[in-house]
Design a protein around this ligand. Structure first.
Ligand code: AGP
Length: 609
């Protein structure tokens, strides 16, 4: 996902922008750039493939005199990740400089129209059409604001843009449609613009979240916002974000991924804090209080999510159907948007997202906007786009998750889904034992984390594998899928997750001594069947690492290696097993000296479809 930072105020704008871009590096990127207006009034752009640090040599001179600048980290969607395609992009004389996050779906059409009017575009990007389009209108309309308004109205797709122009050297223009953009309101005539609050928090916690079709005009002492659809000014709604910068630093950990794995116990506590009264068997979800009446009338829940959040949704399906007796269907958000399916008003769309900015999940929510159904969210990032598109929801409160590979967020999502299932149940079955187990879970997760060195020893025995199978049944079947995703996205080893019962329907053909399996064989009514699947694999010389429950006397004879997990309910197994698999994947990736927090080709939040 691309990152945008802009600054106007009394500080050295280039340093503020560079530090802001560094705060966004966790999102993943392949090039970066900065634009500013030099003291002689001309525009200047410094951009480079690679890391933000590569910009420094080009930015040394006159930094102290620059008090307005914009910057960008690019995760390539259109065009190679090289210097030419890096942002900012400009019009032909460099007087208009633009950074952009999102996708301009009609950029080829605009490119053709510009070419007919003599414009020569030189990059492979969609973004480059924006400065030229503004230039086109500036030559035909009276003011810069009218020109940028006309240009934005021509764009189709998703954008968050920041624009500098030599015609307006004391202003930053910023606009948003689908892709996030937030403005930090500084104390002394300064504003910091960014794609997410991470880049703003060291300056201010007072922020204005731009909404779709907003055009903000930012000068040192004034912020004005126009609704492009109505062409009218609107008030800037400032809010205070609760943000703890310490939480987002690595602390004593070598990287964010390991830190966030070890934050799992706290993630469970934060997800249940103030929401559970175990002794009374009560669950309170304040974020749903405004929709309790509608919730009583629902007859189906459709969960939409992507990646790890989708796998958490699959666990949620088992939870809600068993505890609340409501039919649940889990769909990949990227598929849901394009399906034609019946969707009644008594259905609920439940979006699960760590970042709250995933374009596919946002698109799914927008698809049902006029269906009259309830839209709920389970989100970690406060104030994110998905929280603004839903009627109600439950925050995960897991704290910032910076590593691209999602870990504590999954734990938090499954915990919240457990609470949601209980909240939706009629409470007659007395779930005190489950609520008491939720209280015990942080310590049980800690017991798994305390085995980190043992898990590492086992993981390193398999670090040279080229392929890996993950299998599980029932509640831990989705965990097999998630475990496989963790391995593939951190260590680049091909890994497949399967329902254990599916092995003989095809995947068993893959198994030989070079294709190991991780089998989740924790205590459950289905354990005997999982044993059979393990034996099928062992009979084909397949090596097996099992996750099993402490006290299991049989598993050791069936498999090559065992990671024992504390006893817990079948329904809370997913949380313990996934923590073990996160560590398993982590240590293999670490042994290969890969970029743990920023795996190749991936971004922390995928804000493009
Ligand atoms: C998981 O480790 C990945 N980072 C990815 O699959 C992620 O879960 C997915 O992109 C969804 O992101 P979200 O939860 O922020 O919507």
């Amino acid at each position: 996902m691309c990152g945008i930072v802009g600054y106007i105020g009394n500080k050295e704008a280039i340093d503020v922008v560079l530090n802001g871009l560094r705060a966004l590096e966790y999102r993943g990127y392949d090039s970066s750039g900065v634009a500013y207006i030099e003291s002689n009034g001309s525009g200047r752009v410094v951009k480079q493939a690679g890391r933000v640090e590569h910009l420094l040599p080009g930015l040394d001179q006159e930094k102290s005199k620059i008090h307005i600048a914009i910057g960008h980290t690019r995760w390539a969607t259109h065009g190679l990740p090289n210097t030419l395609n890096a942002h900012p992009h400009t019009n032909s004389d460099g007087s208009i400089m633009v950074v952009h996050n999102g996708i301009i779906e009609n950029y080829l059409e605009i490119k053709r129209e510009l070419a007919k009017n003599g414009y020569k575009l030189i990059t492979q990007t969609d973004t480059e059409v924006i400065p030229h389009l503004i230039d086109y209108y500036l030559k035909r309309l009276g003011s810069f604001e009218e020109a940028i308004t006309a240009a934005l109205n021509d764009l189709k797709g998703a954008y968050a843009v920041a624009v500098l122009a030599t015609a307006e050297p004391e202003k930053i223009y910023a606009a948003k449609l689908s892709s996030p953009l937030v403005i930090g309101v500084g104390r002394h005539n300064e504003y910091i613009l960014a794609s997410d609050p991470n880049a703003i928090m060291e300056h201010t916690k007072k922020v204005v979240f731009l909404e779709d079709y907003d055009l903000a005009v930012i000068s040192k002492d004034k912020l004005s916002i126009k609704d492009l659809r109505k062409n009218t000014l609107k008030s800037a709604k400032a809010e205070l974000l609760d943000y703890d910068r310490d939480k987002s630093s690595k602390g004593d950990f070598p990287n964010f991924m390991l830190k966030e794995i070890f934050e799992a116990p706290q993630a469970i506590k934060s997800a249940t804090l103030g929401r559970v009264q175990a002794d009374k068997g009560i669950v309170k979800l304040g974020g749903l209080e405004t929709v309790t009446t509608q919730l009583k009338l629902i007859d189906r829940i459709v969960i939409v999510a992507c990646g790890t959040s989708y796998y958490a949704g699959l666990v949620g399906e088992y939870l809600i159907e068993e505890l609340a007796g409501i039919p649940v269907e889990v769909q990949l958000a990227s598929e849901f948007k394009y399906r034609s399916e019946p969707f009644s008003r008594s259905s609920v769309l439940l979006a699960i997202s760590q970042s709250g900015e995933t374009a596919d999940t946002i698109a799914a929510l927008k698809k049902v906007k006029d269906y009259g159904c309830l839209r709920l969210g389970i989100v970690n990032a406060a104030g994110s786009t998905i929280t603004r598109l839903t009627d109600a929801g439950v925050y995960c409160h897991a704290g910032p998750e910076q590593a691209v590979a999602s870990t504590k967020a999954f734990i938090s999502q499954v915990t919240v889904l457990t609470l949601l299932a209980l909240y939706l149940s009629d409470g007659t079955k007395g779930y005190r034992n489950l609520l008491k187990e939720l209280d015990l879970l942080p310590d049980k997760v800690q017991a798994v984390l305390d085995q980190a060195e043992k898990i590492k020893t086992i993981a390193l025995k398999y670090k040279d594998s080229k392929d890996f199978m993950y299998i599980g049944r029932g509640y831990v079947y989705p965990c097999a899928l998630e475990g496989a995703l963790k391995l593939k996205e951190t260590s680049y080893i091909h890994a497949e997750g399967y329902a254990a019962g599916e092995m003989k329907h095809g995947p068993l053909a893959l198994i030989d001594e070079d294709f190991p399996t991780l089998a989740i064989a924790t205590d459950s009514p289905l354990l005997e069947k999982t044993y059979s699947n393990i034996e099928e694999i062992r009979a084909r010389s397949g090596r097996v690492v099992a996750l099993a429950t402490e006290g299991n006397k049989k598993i050791g004879k069936l498999v090559n290696d065992v990671i024992y997990l504390p006893k817990t309910l079948e329904i809370t197994q997913p949380i313990l097993s996934v923590v073990a698999m996160q560590l398993f994947a982590y240590y293999i990736a670490e042994s290969k000296e890969l970029n743990i927090d920023k795996p190749r080709n991936l971004a922390k939040s995928v804000t493009v479809e």
